[in-house]
Write a protein that binds this ligand. Sequence first.
Ligand SMILES: [Zn+2]
Length: 327
Amino acid sequence: MADFPTVRLRRLRRTPTLRRMVRETSVSVNDFIYPLFVEEGKNIRKEIDAMPGVYRFSPDTLAAEIKEIAALGIPGVILFGIPATKDETGSSALEPDGVVPQAIKTIKDAAPELVVVTDVCLCEYTSHGHCGVIENGCVVNDATLPLLGEMAAVHAAAGADVIAPSDMMDGRIGVVREKLDQSGFQDVPVMAYAAKYASAFYGPFREAAGSAPQFGDRRSYQMDPANAREALREVAADIAEGADMVMVKPAMAYLDIIRRVRETFDHPLAAYNVSGEYSMIKAAALKGWIDEKRVAMELLTAIKRAGADLILTYHARDAARWLNEKE
Ligand SMILES: [Zn+2]
């Protein structure tokens, strides 16, 4: 093995073009899925306090936003619904003309080629803000499953291209797959939030989606941030139940999990660059403490380098613009 001075690693860093030629990882607009919050009502376009540049839209104001997203070349969006009414079992999640089905129709009219992923979980629709049905103060697993299956079928019937269950109940992927197949949607893929951690980085999202739990927390169903081997069991279980794609959430503090999943499974892997990660960058950039573009692109590159194929990110619109600029 040659050594210094024969070996000089700096030789290939000398010019921008040389660096571009030997670059191992590149982030592309094709990697992005842009999260959208859709709220029941009319004429709503409300910026989320803790997430500058991210808005809640009512279905009627969504079309302009969708056209911009499609024009930037972003291939997909993921929808989170905020219903007008909430109850104990999240029944507004199952309405065929609910806020998400309405939004899907708007999107399909505005940009038919855009892939519409829908988040399937009850927490935005339940009065208590938990991801499942409550009995005796506990989130019960098995009673929640048929509701998730039903919600998935409602979204598929409205035209969703991909169903993304995010609840972390055991067995949900199998139940969702079976319900989709029985309902004639055997060609609609499932992207499982497979390794989803009970993370404090979700804070700003809960403001955005109005889904903070009214009591307790989500640690009895979402994963313990300290566990890595368990993530592989979660991913394996979801794949065995029929997941077409899997996800790790959050991304920034879980790059090792992304890497482990990448090395163990061949399924397309998504990573969710969550609200808290976005808000930290935005807040520091607003203070003038960091360079927003460089920090955001460095993070997106790191997520890709760790092994993600797809990145769900609130930076998608800005990053698409940055990627289209000449260096
Ligand atoms: Zn949930």
